[in-house]
Write a protein that binds this ligand. Structure first.
Ligand code: NDP
Length: 295
C-alpha cells in the first residue's frame, strides 16, 4: 500500500474526547448539559440504527438526548407541533430530524421549523443558503461533509488552489462538500449521473470525494497519483465468508486505488465515524452559544 490510510475512527475519537471535555466544562461551570433531540418518524431499520448510535454518542460524551419516535402516518401538522415544541425547549440545544421522512411529509417545511441556532445537522434552508453564498457564515455545516473536510485536513492536504472533484450532488453530502471546498479556495468540479467522461475529470483531481452510492465505482486508473481520496459511500455487497452474508464497501475500489492515491479513507472506519463526531461537536457548539460563551 502506498497511500496513507486516513483512520477516521481514530480522528473521530480525538474529536469526541474534546467534545466530552467541553461538555464537562459546561456542566461543572455553568450547570448546562448539552442536549440533542432526535426526531424519528416511522420504522426504517437504517434510520433507527442511525438514531440509536447518535443517542449512544450523547450518553458516552455526557450529553442529554431526547428521543421522539413517531408513527409513520403522523400528519404534517402533528410533526410540526413536535418540532416546534423542541424549538421552544431550553434544554434542547440541537434538533435532528432523521431523514428521509415518509413520502407524505414535506421535509423542507419540517426542516424550516428547526431554528437556525438549533440546526445541528445544517439542513435548515437558512443554513444551507448561507453555506452556498460567499462571505456568509452558516451557524452549522452538515456533519458528513464537515467530517470529510476534517479528514482532508488531518493528513495536511493543501486545499487552497487544489483541483477538487466531488462525485455526487445530494443536499446531504455532495453539494455542501463542494461549497466547503470552494470556500477553502479549491477549484471544484461537481459530477453527477449525467456527467460525461468521469474518469477524464477525476484524473485531474488532487482531492477526490466520492459520494454516489455505487460499490467500488472509482477505479485505480481514474485517480491521479498522490491524490487524497475520501470515500463517503456505504454500500452492502454479498460476502459468503461473513456470517451475515454481506459486508460494507465504499464507492472507491479501495484495494486498487490505495496503490495510486497519496491518502485514502477506508470503508468502514473512514467517513462514517466522523459524521457522528461532527454532530456531537455541533451540539456542543449550540449549547456553548446558548450559554453566551461563543458567537
Ligand atoms: P444520493 O442518492 O442522494 O445521491 C447520489 C448522487 O450520486 C447523485 O447526485 C447522483 O447523481 C450521483 N450518482 C449516482 N450514480 C452515479 C454515477 N453512475 N455516476 C456519477 N454520479 C452518480 O446519495 P447520498 O449523497 O445521500 O449518499 C451517497 C453515498 O454516501 C451513499 O452510499 C450513502 O450511503 C453514503 N453516505 C454516507 C454517510 C456517512 O456518514 N458515511 C452519510 C450520508 C451518505 P444525480 O444527481 O444526477 O442523480
Amino acid at each position: 500500500m502506498s497511500a496513507t490510510l486516513i483512520d477516521g475512527k481514530a480522528v473521530a475519537e480525538t474529536v469526541k474526547a474534546k467534545v466530552k471535555e467541553g461538555a464537562e466544562y459546561l456542566r461543572t461551570e455553568y450547570n448546562i448539559t448539552p442536549g440533542l433531540a432526535t426526531v424519528l418518524v416511522g420504522e426504517r431499520p437504517d434510520s433507527r440504527v442511525y438514531v440509536a448510535s447518535k443517542q449512544k454518542a450523547c450518553a458516552d460524551l455526557g450529553m442529554n438526548s431526547y428521543g421522539k419516535t413517531l408513527p409513520a402516518d403522523i400528519s404534517q401538522g402533528e410533526l410540526l407541533d413536535v418540532v416546534e415544541g423542541l424549538a421552544r425547549d431550553p434544554n434542547v440545544h440541537g434538533i435532528l430530524v432523521q431523514l428521509p421522512l415518509p413520502g407524505h411529509l414535506d421535509a423542507e417545511t419540517i426542516l424550516r421549523a428547526v431554528p437556525i441556532e438549533k440546526d445541528v445537522d445544517g439542513f435548515s434552508p437558512l443554513n444551507v443558503g448561507r453555506l452556498s453564498m460567499k462571505n456568509r457564515e452558516p451557524m452549522f455545516v452538515p456533519c458528513t461533509p464537515l467530517g470529510c473536510l476534517y479528514l482532508i485536513d488531518s493528513v495536511g492536504t493543501q486545499i487552497e488552489g487544489a483541483n477538487a472533484v466531488v462525485l455526487g450532488r445530494s443536499n446531504i453530502v455532495g453539494l455542501p462538500m463542494s461549497f466547503l471546498l470552494l470556500h477553502r479556495n479549491a477549484t471544484v468540479t461537481i459530477c453527477h449521473s449525467r456527467t460525461r467522461d468521469l474518469p477524464g475529470i477525476t484524473r485531474n483531481a488532487d482531492i477526490l470525494v466520492a459520494a454516489i452510492g455505487r460499490p467500488k465505482f472509482v477505479k485505480a486508473d481514474w485517480v491521479k497519483p498522490g491524490a487524497t481520496v475520501i470515500d463517503v459511500g456505504i454500500n452492502e455487497v454479498p460476502d459468503a465468508t461473513k456470517k451475515s452474508g454481506k459486508r460494507l464497501v465504499g464507492d472507491v475500489d479501495f484495494d486498487a486505488v490505495k496503490e495510486v492515491a497519496g491518502a485514502i479513507t477506508p470503508v468502514p472506519g473512514g467517513v462514517g465515524p466522523m459524521t457522528i463526531a461532527m454532530l456531537m461537536q455541533n451540539t456542543l457548539t449550540a449549547a456553548q452559544r446558548a450559554a453566551g460563551l461563543i458567537k
